[in-house]
Structures are given as structure tokens and as C-alpha cells.
Design a protein around this ligand. Structure first.
Ligand code: GLN
Length: 454
């Protein structure tokens, strides 16, 4: 398998999905896996994976697709990758992404755009973002699965754009230790795979309590694969009316109806529900996420990691910070740091940051109430459109790009699990995905519902 994947990278069309290959590590891990055949081989024995560049991998470049981390090779392994390797997985290399996971198209990467293997008339399309390299690599069969991270949709939106499965687990299910931080109260890692079954197996290997991450939950990890019975009789699926946005393309609307029918045919009950604060989610997210990012990214000072600007005679320490950060951070990252610093500054903190936190609590309460009412899962579209062309959204107004996250950010704000599953192709022949949102810690139930939609 490992040799086949490595050969596929040489032969395939250049998608710029992998940005750093680790064939030596892969072959060594694959050989070790060969020695562990038989009944007690671990869950992912010999399975070749790609790892998003946001994960620290020992001795292997881990740059978060940023020039500021150029040449950074961590001294340690992230908990997620250590667990995957412990389960027998093979690392083929590191995957492209938006810089510091900020973006929805993989166009903010220091390595250049990743390309979606799906095409319309030879037009190059985005694989989505920020886990665009992960999505492209899995969709193009360059690897059997990949790690992603999701702060506002970065697993689910690229999964939908490339016709694969991606799950953002409940906040705290997967350790964040060794994952470069974007917005710590929203970030979660998860698997991106071809099928729901693969996602269940990979999530099982990634999950679990980690004393090195104080927000990781001390809960047993269920057997996610065993939960895929396809039996959802009597389950209540909520259809939130606030997600029926103005200007929603007819194809997305039709897909949503079709998904509801599939679940109903499998014996679930479809219920109209209301999540009244949905329309405030995107603005709240784009205050909270940049606020946390501005704080997390303060550590890139030209001293501790990666890049340091060349200094002139008479330059002091402040010049070093300023020049290093001006050179090292791309435009979108600088924009987020500025927004974040502004909303956290004295005088604006209450008006923006604290208000956004209150809105976040209301969004969470919307979900709590429908789950208390007996709803088992919520069905929505994953994205407002299918994949768009590279360069198409790089307009002067970044808010247009932010609108991509309209269906996904609520889940991160509420800390819930969400899965994106490919359901159909649109008229252009591009994949479209639906999202299922679950109760906290119910990834097993969520994956079982998603299995019905496959
Ligand atoms: N697209 C969103 C953003 O740019 C979400 C990114 C993510 O989930 N990492 O913030």
C-alpha cells in the first residue's frame, strides 16, 4: 500500500497536496507493520496517511503553511500523530493547508494553492480549506486517509468540496497537544477519509484523554466502527429552519431535502426545529477566532521558531519583531492578528469580544434546547455551494470568503461534533455534502446517521 501511494505521487497530476514527503519514514513504518500481521495487528496497521502541516511531527518540517515557521522541525510528536503511529499508521508526508488554518480555499498557503482533483472543463478548482491538501490527497487516492483540523469548518468544508467524509469531533475528544494553535477554544483535529467506516476507525485511533491537553476530556472512547449498524429507526432528526438562507442554490436545497428523505426512509423521524441565534454565529466567530489567534500567534517573535528577518545596524528588539512578523506572516494572517488585537484592546473588549462570547453562549443554548427536546441529530447542508474556481473568491472583500463557513461555525462555537458526508453530484458534476450535527460526545451516533447517507 505504501509503495502504491508513493508511486501515485510520482505519477499523478500535480495537486500540490503533499508539501513534504517522508518516504524513508513511511517505508520504515510500513516494514514494521509487515512484521505485525495477524489477529493482533493494530487498527491502522500499515495504512498510509497524510498529515496536515499543522501537526508537529518529530524531526519533520511542520510549518503550518507559514513562512514564519520556515525550517521548523519540532523536537516532539503531536499526541494525535503519536497515537496514529501507535495504531500502526504510516506517514507519507505533510499536507498543504491555509496558513495557520486561516482560510476556506487553501489559497493562503506559503506553498501555493492545493488543487481539487475534481474539475469542470479543465478549470482548476479549490479543494476548500483550510485542510485543502488533506482533502485533495484523499480524494485523489494519494493516501488512504488524512488528518485535518477544524476551527470553523476546515475539515467539513474541504470534505464536501472533494466528495469525501470528514468529522470534527466534540471539543475535547481529541488532544490538541502538538497541534499548532489557531483559536484554542474552537480547534479540534479529526479524520478525513473516503468512507464513514474509515472515519470511524481513524477517529477511534486519534481520540482519548491526554494529560498534556487540559481541555481533553477524560472519557472512554467508544468503538465507533461497531456503532455503524445503519439502524436509525425512531431517531429524531432536526431540520433547522434558520439554515434555509436567502439565495441558497436550488441544488443545495434539493440535496438537503433528499438527505432528509434518505434518513426518513431508514426509519428516522424528521422534525422542523429552530436555532434562533444562527445568524449571529459568523460575526461572533470572526471576533472570537481572530482574538484567540492574535494571542496564540504572539509567540512568533523571531526568537523561538523558524524565520528571523535580517536586521540592520541600529535595529533593536522591536524592529526584529516587526520585521520578522511583517515578512513571515501572510496577508490573511496579518488581517486576523489586527482584528484580534483590536477586539481585545482596552475600550473595545466589552463591545466586541465579550459581546461575541455572550452570543456564543446563546448559540450553544439553542443546541442544548433542541437536544433536550429529544432531537438526536441535526441535518444541514455542509457548504453554501460546491467547489469554486481557484482565484475566483480572492476578491478585495475577504467577507465573501468568510461566508463559506456559514453552516459550519456554529458547531465549533457550541463545541459539538459535526460530520460532512458526500451525498450527490451537482449539475456540473461536482460533489456536494451534507452536514450532520450531533449531541456532545455522540460521534458514534453521528457516524451511524452519516453511514445512512453514504
Ligand atoms: N475558514 C475558517 C477560517 O478561515 C475556518 C478555518 C478553520 O476551520 N481552521 O477561519
Amino acid at each position: 500500500l505504501t509503495m502504491a501511494c508513493l508511486a501515485a505521487m510520482d505519477a499523478g497530476t500535480p495537486l500540490n497536496a503533499f508539501v513534504h514527503l517522508t518516504p524513508d519514514i513511511a517505508l520504515e513504518q510500513a516494514r514494521a507493520a509487515d512484521g505485525r500481521r495477524g489477529a493482533d495487528a493494530p487498527a491502522l496497521n500499515g495504512i498510509p496517511l497524510g498529515i496536515k502541516d499543522l501537526f508537529c511531527t518529530k524531526g519533520v518540517p511542520s510549518q503550518a503553511a507559514s513562512n514564519i515557521l520556515k525550517g521548523f522541525r519540532p523536537e516532539y510528536e503531536s499526541t494525535v500523530t503519536a497515537k496514529l503511529f501507535g495504531a500502526g499508521a504510516v506517514m507519507l508526508g505533510k499536507l498543504n493547508m491555509d496558513e495557520f488554518a486561516m482560510g476556506s480555499s487553501n489559497e493562503t498557503s506559503c506553498y501555493g494553492d492545493a488543487v481539487n482533483p475534481w474539475k469542470v472543463d479543465d478549470r482548476k478548482l479549490t479543494p476548500g480549506g483550510s485542510s485543502g491538501g488533506s482533502a485533495a490527497a484523499v480524494a485523489a487516492d494519494l493516501c488512504l486517509g488524512a488528518t485535518g483540523t477544524d476551527t470553523g469548518g476546515s475539515i467539513r468544508q474541504p470534505a464536501a468540496f472533494t466528495g469525501i467524509v470528514g468529522i470534527k469531533p466534540t471539543y475535547g475528544r481529541v488532544s490538541r497537544w502538538g497541534v499548532v494553535a489557531f483559536a484554542s477554544s474552537l480547534d479540534q483535529a479529526g479524520p478525513m477519509t473516503k468512507t464513514v467506516r474509515d472515519a470511524a476507525i481513524m477517529l477511534g485511533a486519534m481520540s482519548g484523554h491526554d494529560p498534556k491537553d487540559s481541555t481533553s476530556a477524560d472519557l472512554a472512547v467508544p468503538d465507533f466502527e461497531a456503532a455503524l449498524t445503519g439502524d436509525i429507526r425512531g431517531r429524531k432528526i432536526g431540520i433547522p429552519r434558520e439554515y434555509r438562507m436567502d439565495g441558497m442554490p436550488a441544488e443545495i436545497e434539493a440535496l438537503w431535502t433528499r438527505g432528509a428523505e434518505m434518513l426518513k426512509d431508514a426509519g428516522a423521524e424528521i422534525v422542523d426545529i429552530s436555532l434562533p441565534h444562527t445568524k449571529y454565529a459568523l460575526p461572533a466567530y470572526y471576533v472570537i477566532a481572530p482574538a484567540e489567534a492574535s494571542s496564540n500567534l504572539a509567540r512568533y517573535d523571531g526568537v523561538r521558531y523558524g524565520h528571523r528577518a535580517k536586521l540592520g545596524q541600529g535595529d533593536g528588539i522591536v524592529d526584529m519583531y516587526e520585521k520578522t512578523r511583517a515578512e513571515g506572516f501572510g496577508k490573511e494572517v496579518q488581517r486576523r492578528v489586527m482584528i484580534g488585537t483590536y477586539v481585545l484592546s482596552a475600550g473595545f473588549y466589552d463591545a466586541y469580544y465579550n459581546r461575541a462570547r455572550r452570543v456564543r453562549a446563546l448559540i450553544k443554548r439553542d443546541f442544548d434546547l433542541v437536544f433536550a427536546d429529544g432531537i438526536d441529530a441535526i441535518l444541514t447542508p455542509a457548504t453554501p455551494s460546491s467547489a469554486f474556481g481557484l482565484g475566483e473568491m480572492a476578491s478585495a472583500d475577504p467577507v465573501e470568503m468568510y461566508l463559506n463557513d456559514v453552516f459550519t461555525v456554529t458547531v465549533n462555537l457550541a463545541g459539538l461534533p459535526g460530520v460532512s458526508v458526500p451525498v450527490a453530484l451537482d449539475a456540473k458534476g461536482l460533489p456536494m455534502g451534507l452536514q450532520l450535527i450531533g449531541r456532545p460526545w455522540d460521534e458514534a451516533g453521528l457516524l451511524n446517521h452519516a453511514h445512512v447517507l453514504e
